[in-house]
Design a protein around this ligand. Structure first.
Ligand code: NAP
Length: 241
């Protein structure tokens, strides 16, 4: 039976394009009320319109996750408009790449500020709402660089390792409150981010954003008896384990 998320409210960060867009659309198709957030309102409105055109419910809310004020305002909006939060998918992210010894501090701050600090702030806000209802699911989109290391990717890799550390601690802290916390660690997915960062990769050989959205639906479809801490999902022709 297809997953039914009717009555659930889901916040998806970085929902304007790429993996976040696919996750938002999949959650909308499953019946969730989707709050699609990122900085580019035009893209968010297009995603919300796609969900609504398919019979779902979605709103677009602009927020820059580098701003603690924007994050607080986002969740205050969810609280006032819907009064509950069932699912948070922390997907927003950005990559800046280059040799560690020459890496600009401004780029380091931006990468850590959005990928790690932004995720942390969203988790805090969401957990406060979810704890009141003693239920909820937080899914953090980390990366294969959440456990591996590649050249030219030190800041991004450090931030994604940080996301994994955060995920592990929150999973333990929030379990007694009825809240599940998991991470998805994708390898290469055909999105704007990868096309810019890795022009050497053939887009046709990469996973599609929908493959990651499917992993999100899988986590949400688990029975109350089961918990999956992390999913490492990679291109089929890449190195296993
Ligand atoms: P993408 O196409 O570049 O999309 C990134 C999304 O994050 C956009 O919607 C962007 O919207 C949003 N975002 C960026 N900075 C933001 C900020 N300061 N505040 C709010 N939103 C912000 O990238 P993607 O490939 O889909 O990546 C999605 C996630 O998957 C990221 O966390 C990435 O690290 C992870 N990931 C990707 C791959 C891959 O191969 N593509 C692999 C592993 C993990 P705005 O610019 O409009 O704000």
């Amino acid at each position: 039976m297809a997953l039914q998320l009717n009555d659930c409210v889901a916040v998806v960060t970085g929902a304007g394009r790429g993996i976040g867009r696919a996750i938002a659309v999949a959650l909308g198709q499953a019946g969730a009320t989707v709050v699609a957030t990122a900085r580019t309102l035009e893209q968010l409105e297009a995603v919300a319109a796609t969900i609504r055109a398919a019979g779902g419910t979605a709103v677009a809310v602009r927020a820059d996750l580098a701003s603690a004020g924007d994050v607080a305002a986002l969740f205050a909006h969810v609280e006032s408009q819907f009064g509950r939060l069932d699912i948070l998918v922390n997907n927003a992210g950005l990559g800046r790449f280059g040799p560690a010894v020459e890496f600009a501090i401004s780029d380091l701050d931006q990468v850590v500020g959005v990928n790690l600090r932004g995720t942390y702030l969203c988790c805090q806000q969401a957990a406060r709402m979810m704890m009141r209802r003693r239920s909820g699911y937080i899914i953090n989109i980390a990366s294969v660089v959440g456990f591996k290391g590649y050249p030219q990717q030190s800041a991004y890799t450090a931030a994604k390792h940080g996301v994994m550390g955060l995920t592990k601690c929150l999973a333990v802290e929030l379990q007694p409150h009825g809240i599940r916390v998991s991470a998805i660690l994708p390898g290469g997915v055909d999105t704007d981010m990868v096309r810019a960062a890795r022009p050497d990769l053939d887009p046709a050989a990469l996973m599609q954003p929908e493959d990651i959205a499917q992993s999100v639906l899988y986590l949400l479809s688990l029975s109350e008896r089961a918990a999956v801490d992390q999913i490492y999902i990679r291109r089929r022709d890449s190195q296993p384990f």
